[in-house]
Write a protein that binds this ligand. Structure first.
Ligand SMILES: Cc1cc2nc3c(=O)[nH]c(=O)nc-3n(C[C@H](O)[C@H](O)[C@H](O)COP(=O)(O)O)c2cc1C
Length: 318
């Protein structure tokens, strides 16, 4: 990748500024290890793991590669402190925190010599991350799969605003599925990119085959930001999505929506492959994803696509 040795590759000690986002039920050690091995930065998604399972996945990633691997810790789950301590005990030095206050663990982790990145969906929150002392932020737009901000700020509008507001590096996320989009994010001022949906549909992801196939079958309008009265999350439309959408349209009490959501829907959908009753988190870019490559193939495509995009720009063949 020409000219892509930058502050993000230096910060993490990696080859390409391409990060595989933490994903509940999808990004285990196999995926994270493969991404790091291929020159990006793989993140084990701690959100869906009790500390002992997280330890297994970190060890699996470390068996696959001796390159840096990170951990994503969403701060809304009850085990987050134990997850952080488990990862520290296993030598993890890169933490991506999300879904909570950046103040909660940043100083603690920085004091232990770790690199800390927090995920944000607005320039205002990004400034709070910078004030909390993080090394970089992930600025994640409305297109992204998984939990998201309420304000529906798209990646195209979010990235330049966050870049202008901050003096630390910005990692763009949301709607990035190929090398053209990486070039676009860099053009907007980002130093790196975080991809979720693209890596969910790879051989090494722990998503169920039914879910991977549903990603490949998705078209441009197959997802929607849903459950805005609870915790906004972008979902693939299915029977469960229709039910909660009807409830939201009918102004159902959020407590009732929560009750219908219940427990275990995300696991049932994404890990166990229940395409009707499960909760299927995926981004708008699923409409572009048409294959289930290995991580190595995927990374090669991303890098080649980036190079082609830059070449096109240089020749002004838009
Ligand atoms: C299945 C799925 C699960 C996700 N789970 C998490 C999570 O546990 N923690 C987190 O910070 N982000 C989570 N995300 C967001 C990703 O880390 C990433 O930022 C996002 O997918 C980027 O947008 P994209 O899907 O358009 O590539 C998830 C995304 C997906 C698709």
């Amino acid at each position: 990748m020409p000219n892509l040795k930058n502050n993000i590759t230096d910060l993490f000690g990696i080859q390409y500024p391409i990060i595989q986002g933490g994903m509940v039920w999808v990004s285990g050690g196999k995926l994270a290890g493969a991404v790091s091995k291929a020159g990006g930065l793989g993140l084990v998604g701690a959100g869906s793991m009790k500390p002992d399972l997280l330890a297994e996945h970190i060890k699996k990633a470390q068996q696959i590669t001796d390159k840096p691997v990170g951990v994503n810790v969403p701060l809304l789950y009850k085990y987050c402190e134990e997850q952080i301590n488990t990862a520290l005990d296993l030598g993890i030095k890169i933490f991506f925190t999300s879904a909570g206050s950046p103040k909660k663990y940043t100083s603690f982790l920085k004091d232990k010599g770790c690199k800390v990145v927090h995920v944000t969906s607005s320039p205002e929150l990004a400034l709070k991350c910078e004030a909390a002392g993080v090394d970089a932020v992930v600025a994640e737009g409305f297109e992204a799969g998984g939990h998201n901000g309420r304000d529906e700020i798209t990646t195209m509008t979010l990235i330049p605003q966050v870049v202008d507001a901050l003096s630390i590096p910005v990692i763009a996320a949301g709607g990035i599925g190929d090398g053209r989009a990486i070039a676009a994010a860099i053009a907007l001022g980002a130093s790196g990119v975080q991809l979720g949906s693209r890596f969910a549909a790879t051989q090494e992801s722990s998503a169920h085959d039914n879910f991977k196939q549903a990603i490949v079958n998705a078209t441009s309008g197959s997802t929607m930001l849903s459950m805005k009265k609870l915790v906004p999350v972008r979902l693939l439309k299915n029977k469960f999505w229709e039910e909660i959408t009807v409830m939201e349209e009918n102004c159902t009490d959020p407590a009732k929506i929560q009750e219908h959501l219940g427990k275990g829907r995300a696991k049932a959908g994404m890990l166990e492959g229940d395409m009707n009753e499960g909760e299927l988190e995926i981004g708008q870019i699923s409409g572009l994803i048409k294959n289930i490559p290995t991580v190595e193939e995927c990374m090669k495509d991303l890098v080649a696509g980036y190079n082609q995009a830059i070449e096109r720009l240089n020749r002004k063949l838009f």
